[in-house]
Design a protein around this ligand. Structure first.
Ligand SMILES: C=C(O[C@@H]1C=C(C(=O)O)C=C[C@H]1O)C(=O)O
Length: 282
């Protein structure tokens, strides 16, 4: 059996899939590589990883190289709590203003641009920076953060009563389209899948078991999440109710809607077909 190099986005929202592997509750003899989405996106596409959770928009940019693994995603139906735009003024007033984008994200950066183009009708100047709210707000008029960084920053804003507008992009997307939003997919490189189809099958069932085990062990997962981020328990409980890790028909329709808007905004080059492992030949 090949030793699979498996990339794990190092945010809480992938833990319901990776928790059981991290804790050795299932036999995984591959390598788990953790990092922010943009790092894993790049490593997978450069062939340094075989399978990874990556930004959903990167799949659309690389359909020739990747296939989606079944029944896995990072999604939310409406407010997501961890894709947040912090701004000094309401979003509609950000025209010609400077918006700092976290260097960790690809999907949410594209989502923000889609919403600016098609929903808010504002044209901003974007700069990319490491995820640090204080530095971003010193540099620009707004800051996009994702994942655990966004949740920690939000708590800080609430605790210090900072006078920022905080906009949840998942909520705005839902208002705009009526759809949920799919932020991440689990993806395998096609060349790896072609050489190791049984290993990909085995990994799919391992990840499916892992998700079930985590769902049955929420208290342990919550404790681990609290240790890892310092976020309050009630906040974490709400977050895990918000995050969904399935990939069903609704998710597919929602994802294709997102890709359509990305295409209209020039953020992806072609309209996309979803190719899912197990549903067709490599
Ligand atoms: C919902 C989230 O989804 C993440 C957002 C990503 C992106 O914007 O590129 C990538 C992976 C996801 O884990 C989040 O991290 O807050």
């Amino acid at each position: 059996m090949a030793r699979i190099r498996l990339g794990q986005v190092d945010y809480l929202n992938t833990l319901p899939v990776f928790h059981a592997l991290e804790d050795g509750m299932l036999p995984f003899n591959g390598e788990l590589v953790k990092g922010p989405p943009t790092m894993l996106n790049q490593m997978l596409l450069e062939g340094q990883l075989d399978v990874a959770s990556i930004s959903s928009v990167e799949y659309a940019r690389n359909i020739d190289k990747c296939m989606i693994l079944p029944n896995l995603s990072v999604s939310a139906d409406g407010p997501v709590r961890s894709i947040l735009l912090f701004s000094y003024v309401p979003v509609t007033e950000l025209d010609r203003k400077k918006v700092c984008l976290t260097s960790s994200s690809a999907t949410s950066v594209a989502l923000l641009k889609v919403l600016f183009d098609h929903y808010y009708h504002v044209e901003a100047n974007f700069v990319t920076m490491p995820p640090d709210l204080e530095k971003m707000m010193a540099e620009g008029d707004a800051a996009l953060l994702i994942g655990d960084d966004a949740m920690r920053a939000h708590l800080w804003v609430l605790q210090d009563r900072l006078p920022y507008h905080v906009t949840d992009l998942g909520e705005v997307w839902k208002q705009f389209t009526g759809e949920r939003m799919v932020y991440a997919l689990w993806v395998v490189r096609k060349d790896f899948a072609k050489d190791h189809p049984e290993d990909v099958d085995a990994l799919c069932s391992l990840l499916s078991d892992a998700k079930r085990i985590a769902g049955d062990n929420m208290p342990a997962l919550l404790k681990k999440s609290r240790r890892r981020t310092g976020l309050p328990m009630d906040y974490l409980e709400e977050y895990f109710k918000t995050i969904n890790n399935e990939f069903e028909q609704d998710h597919r329709r929602a994802l294709l809607t997102y890709y359509d808007y990305c295409y209209k905004s020039g953020l992806i080059e072609e309209r996309v077909r979803l190719s899912v492992w197990g549903e067709e030949d490599v």
